[in-house]
Design a protein around this ligand. Structure first.
Ligand code: GUN
Ligand code: ZN
Length: 448
């Protein structure tokens, strides 16, 4: 295995032998022991024709198929990261600040560089290839306020055949001049991007309001109009992440019932709305999320890193709300959804809930696809789904190998894989049946 990154496979028709794991339904909380919704098919062949999953079976499909035998490894649908900032790879792991200081000190200066088309195109390619190397094949992405940064991420995703949701960030106040648009320019630029990219291949547009403090009422109202006028478009933003941020929103929008209400009153909440964080929500807010169908992109790595707080997943679902998982890089400290799942376990544990491996994994695969309305295309190994696949090692290194060998049931094995695993466990990544990443294994060669 010496191939370099994203060298295409000879064909998009092949059969893979591995342990297949995906979900047929939400396993729910408290489900570590039972296998509700869990579909584990050990040592099966997954059949892929022209980039689409066409079957799964125990029997060898025969010489008519290009066969790849990965027995003893784990095959999952590619992870879906429902909230991530592509330009923030440049500032991941920046020290010492809560949300608003972190934005001003580290994030905004970094994003200003993306006005340069060369920076934007290089950054987009680096970002998507990094997603594949971490086991993620779909994402909802914030580029920057600059239309060229949105063009760059859409063009890079199209070249890779990737399912991607993105949109030009809107911010017309309370930001550095280099990152500001206006209600008018944001409308014109977003409309042009929608015409260029929305619904083209596997791409979809998200009206992307950064967060309430950086948009005027006029811009929020325009965003609501644009969303209503664009069938199939998403809305992505941030909500209720940090206490200082919330106090600021209250002072900027004194007549709103809550931070969430700022979005609802501008027509921004619906089943295709994905709001990151949702840490500091009231019962009334949770009820409004449930009523409108808007989902929360739970970003535990980011929330721990910035010290933002703990998002109560169980309370939100008990109110009828929907949750997916997200890295929120660069406040999140890794593009690895495995690490993100492990952080979600820690955050939920602090709230008194023991997240099962199943519930966590579902939120990064089928559950995430459900919140985006894409479950027939991504997030599962169903027949008819697009072959966005990731092959994983169960263990990397002697400690994890030992731990895996000691596991006495499937949940124990998968949970230990989540907690100990990261991007080093990724073997190969396929997007629509094209091999886009294959791990270099030279680094393991000296291992005793
Ligand atoms: N709120 C507004 N912008 C951002 C951002 O870039 N990251 C996070 N974590 N929160 C935000
Ligand atoms: Zn974010």
């Amino acid at each position: 295995m010496n191939q370099s990154a994203h060298q295409p496979a000879p064909s998009t028709t092949f059969a893979l032998r591995a342990d297949l794991l995906d979900f047929t339904a939400d396993p729910g909380f408290d489900a570590s022991g039972d296998l509700k919704g869990v579909r584990f098919r050990p040592d099966h062949w997954l059949l892929v024709r022209d980039g689409v999953i066409v079957g799964a079976q125990v029997d060898d499909p025969g010489d008519d198929w290009e066969r790849h035998d990965h027995r003893g490894q784990l095959l999952l649908p590619g992870f879906i990261d429902t909230h991530v900032h592509s330009p923030q790879l440049d500032i991941i792991g920046s020290y010492g600040a809560g949300l608003l200081d972190w934005l001003n000190t580290h994030t905004f200066p970094a994003e200003a560089r993306y006005a340069d088309p060369e920076v934007a195109h290089e950054g987009a390619a680096r970002f998507l290839d990094a997603l594949y190397a971490h086991g993620t094949t779909s994402a909802a992405v914030f580029p920057t306020v600059h239309p060229v940064s949105a063009d760059a991420i859409f063009a890079a995703a199209e070249a890779r055949g990737m399912r991607l949701v993105a949109g030009k960030v809107m911010m017309d106040r309370n930001a550095p001049a280099a990152l500001m648009d206006t209600a008018l320019s944001a409308e014109r630029d977003s409309q042009a991007l929608i015409e260029r990219w929305h619904g083209r291949g596997r791409l979809a547009y998200a009206v992307t309001v950064r967060f309430a403090p950086t948009s005027s009422d006029a811009q929020l109202e325009m965003a609501g109009r644009l969303l209503a006028a664009t069938p199939g478009a998403y809305l992505q933003t941030h909500v209720a992440e940090n206490k200082k941020e919330i106090a600021w929103v209250e002072s900027l929008f004194p007549s709103a019932r809550s931070y969430l209400d700022v979005y609802e009153r501008h027509g921004l909440l619906g089943p295709r709305s994905v709001l990151a964080h949702g840490i500091w929500l009231s019962d009334a807010d949770r009820a409004r999320l449930a009523h409108t169908g808007a989902s929360i992109a739970h970003s535990p790595s980011s929330n721990l890193f910035l010290g933002s707080g703990l998002m109560d997943w169980r309370a939100l679902e008990a109110a009828g709300g929907r949750v997916s998982l997200a890295t929120d890089v660069g406040a999140g400290t890794s593009l690895s959804m495995l690490k993100t799942l492990a952080d979600a376990y820690r955050v939920q544990a602090l709230l008194g809930t023991r997240l099962s491996a199943w519930k966590a994994l579902h939120g990064a695969t089928r559950g995430a696809a459900d919140t985006l309305g894409l479950a027939s295309e991504v997030g599962t190994l169903d027949v008819g789904a697009t072959a966005d696949l990731v092959l994983w090692r169960w263990a990397v290194g002697p400690v994890a190998e030992h731990r895996q060998a000691r596991a006495s049931d499937l949940h124990e094995k998968v949970f230990a894989w989540i907690i100990q695993g990261d991007e080093r466990n990724v073997v190969s990544t396929w997007v629509a049946g094209r091999l886009m990443y294959e791990a270099r294994t030279e680094w393991m060669a000296d291992r005793p």
